[in-house]
Design a protein around this ligand. Structure first.
Ligand code: FAD
Length: 430
C-alpha cells in the first residue's frame, strides 16, 4: 500500500487529492497537509475586493468532503519538508511520512522586497481572500473620499490577469458609486507593454487592453519598477532597454493595489536539488523532481523560466487550466510508478485565461505558452464575464462535491457555446 501526500489544499492541491483518490482506489491512502481546513477560490478575490462576493461564497469546508472521500486532512501546515527522509515536519511538531508527495503550495507573496509595499505597508492586495476583505474596506474609504488610484503588478510579478481585472472591476465599482470622475487611475506594470501578460502577448491582447484602458480613462506606465510606496505616493522608475532609469515618477495615490512577485514557501526554500534560488520546485516534463523522483509538483509553486528577457523582470503566469493539466499528468504518473511502470504523461503547459472586467472582459488562449504558437487567440465581450462566473460556479461545485471530473471549466465554456475554447485540447493528450 502506498501513501500519497498532497502538500497544499488550494486550487491544485484539492483537485489532486480527489483525482488521486479516484485513480488509486481503496488499496492506497491519500493525505493532505494544509493551512487550516478551508479552501478558497482565489480567482474570485477581485470580486471580494469590491464587495461583489463575500468570503462564505467562495469558501469550502474541507473536513466533511475529505472525510466522505477518505482523504486524511492535516490542517496544521508544513514547517519543513525533509525529502531525503520522505517526511514532512508539521507546525505542531508532528510529522507525516510519504511514499509519493505532490507539492501544491502556491506562492509566498514577496511584499517585503519593496519598501512600504503590501498590506502591512501602504498598499492593498487581492492575493488572499483575507487581503481582499481588507481591500473592500479600503474601497469603501476611497468611495467616501475619492482620490488617485494606482493598480498594477511589480517587478518579478507573474500574475498580470488579476491586475487588469481589478483595474476594470474597480473602475466599474467607482462608476456605480458615481465617484469615478474624482478618481484618476494609473496602471503601473513591470510588463514591457500593456497586454504582455508575462507571455509576450497573446493574439491581440496588447490592442484589446490598450483600447480598454483608453475607453476607461486609465493611464499606464510600463517597464515600471516600484521602488517605494509612501502614504500618499508611489515612487516608480521607468526602466529603459539598457537597464538605466528612463524616467522617475512620483505617482500620487490614496489607494494602491499591485500584484507582488511570488516566491516558493519557506518550508521548501533552500533544499538542494528540490527548489531553485527563489524557492520554486524544479520539475521535469512529468512534473517530477529530478533529485527526489518521488516528489511531484503542480501549480504556482512549479519553477517555469520566463519567456524572454525584458527591461524589468516578469514571470510566466500559471493559470487554472494549466494547473488542472499538471494535476492529471501527475496523478497518472504516480499511478504508473505505484504499478512499477515509468511515468509517461506530460501536462500541456498552455495559458488559457478569462480576465473579467465586471461587465465584460477579455479571454485568451496561448498554446504553447512560448511564441511562436499553434494557437494564439484573444477575444473580448460580455460573454467573458459570464464565462468567469461559470468557471467559479463549476470549480466550487467540484471542490464541494469532492468529485474529480476534470475540466469543469471546459464544460462551462462548452455550456456557454464558446466555440474557440471547445476546439482546444486542455488535457494531457496533446
Ligand atoms: P493556491 O491556490 O494558492 O494553493 C496553495 C495552497 O497551499 C494554499 O491553500 C496555501 O494555504 C497552502 N500552503 C502554503 N504553504 C503551506 C504550508 N506550509 N503548509 C500547508 N499548506 C500550505 N487563474 C486562472 O486560471 N483564472 C483566474 O481567473 C485566476 N485569477 C487569479 C486571481 C488572483 C488574485 C491570483 C493571485 C491568481 C489567479 N489565478 C487565476 C492564478 C492561479 O489559478 C491561482 O493563483 C491558483 O490559486 C493557483 O493554485 P495553486 O494550487 O498553485 O495555489
Amino acid at each position: 500500500m502506498a501513501h500519497v501526500v498532497v502538500l497544499g489544499a488550494g486550487l491544485g492541491g484539492t483537485i489532486a487529492a480527489y483525482e488521486l483518490r479516484d485513480k488509486l482506489g481503496a488499496d492506497h491512502s491519500v493525505s493532505v497537509v494544509s493551512n487550516g481546513n478551508r479552501f478558497h477560490f482565489v480567482p474570485s478575490n477581485p470580486w471580494v475586493g469590491v464587495g461583489w462576493r463575500d468570503k462564505a461564497a467562495i469558501e469550502v469546508d474541507l473536513d466533511a468532503v475529505f472525510a466522505k472521500r477518505h482523504i486524511a486532512l492535516h490542517p496544521q501546515g508544513a514547517q519543513r519538508l525533509h525529502p531525503k527522509e520522505r517526511r514532512i515536519e508539521l507546525r505542531d511538531g508532528g510529522s507525516i511520512s510519504y511514499d509519493y508527495l505532490v507539492i501544491a503550495t502556491g506562492p509566498e507573496l514577496a511584499f517585503d522586497e519593496i519598501d512600504g509595499f503590501g498590506p502591512s505597508g501602504h498598499t492593498q492586495s487581492i492575493c488572499h481572500v483575507d487581503h481582499a476583505l481588507e481591500t473592500k474596506k479600503a474601497v469603501d474609504a476611497l468611495i467616501a473620499n475619492p482620490g488617485p488610484v494606482v493598480i498594477g503588478a511589480v517587478q518579478g510579478a507573474s500574475c498580470f490577469g488579476p491586475a487588469y481585472e481589478f483595474a476594470f472591476i474597480l473602475d466599474k465599482a467607482l462608476r456605480d458609486a458615481k465617484v469615478r470622475d474624482r478618481v484618476p487611475m494609473t496602471f503601473v506594470t513591470s510588463e514591457p507593454y500593456i497586454g504582455h501578460l508575462g507571455l509576450d502577448g497573446v493574439g491581440d491582447t496588447r490592442g484589446l487592453l490598450e483600447g480598454e484602458m483608453r475607453q476607461h480613462h486609465i493611464k499606464w506606465i510600463c517597464n515600471a519598477r516600484l521602488d517605494k510606496v509612501e502614504k500618499d505616493k508611489a515612487l516608480v522608475s521607468e526602466i529603459a532597454e539598457d537597464g538605466s532609469i528612463l524616467k522617475a515618477h512620483e505617482v500620487p495615490q490614496v489607494f494602491t493595489m499591485m500584484l507582488p512577485a511570488f516566491r516558493g514557501i519557506e518550508a521548501l526554500r533552500g533544499i538542494e536539488g528540490l527548489t531553485n534560488p527563489r524557492g520554486f520546485v524544479l520539475a521535469d516534463t512529468y512534473q517530477r523532481n529530478p533529485a527526489f523522483p518521488e516528489v511531484f509538483s503542480v501549480g504556482v509553486c512549479v519553477a517555469i523560466p520566463p519567456v524572454g528577457k525584458t527591461p524589468v523582470p516578469v514571470g510566466v503566469p500559471k493559470t487554472g487550466f494549466m494547473i488542472e493539466s499538471m494535476v492529471t499528468a501527475t496523478v497518472h504518473n504516480i499511478d504508473r510508478l505505484i504499478h512499477n511502470q515509468q511515468p509517461d504523461a506530460i501536462a500541456s503547459w498552455n495559458a488559457v485565461c478569462l480576465a473579467d472586467f465586471g461587465d465584460s472582459g477579455i479571454a485568451f488562449v496561448a498554446q504553447p505558452q512560448i511564441p511562436p504558437r499553434n494557437v494564439n487567440w484573444s477575444s473580448s465581450g460580455k460573454w467573458v464575464h459570464l464565462a468567469k462566473i461559470a468557471f467559479e460556479k463549476y470549480f466550487l461545485h467540484k471542490v464541494r462535491s469532492g468529485k474529480s471530473e476534470p475540466f469543469y471549466e471546459r464544460l462551462a465554456m462548452q455550456a456557454l457555446g464558446i466555440e474557440k475554447l471547445k476546439e482546444i485540447k486542455l488535457d494531457t493528450e496533446e
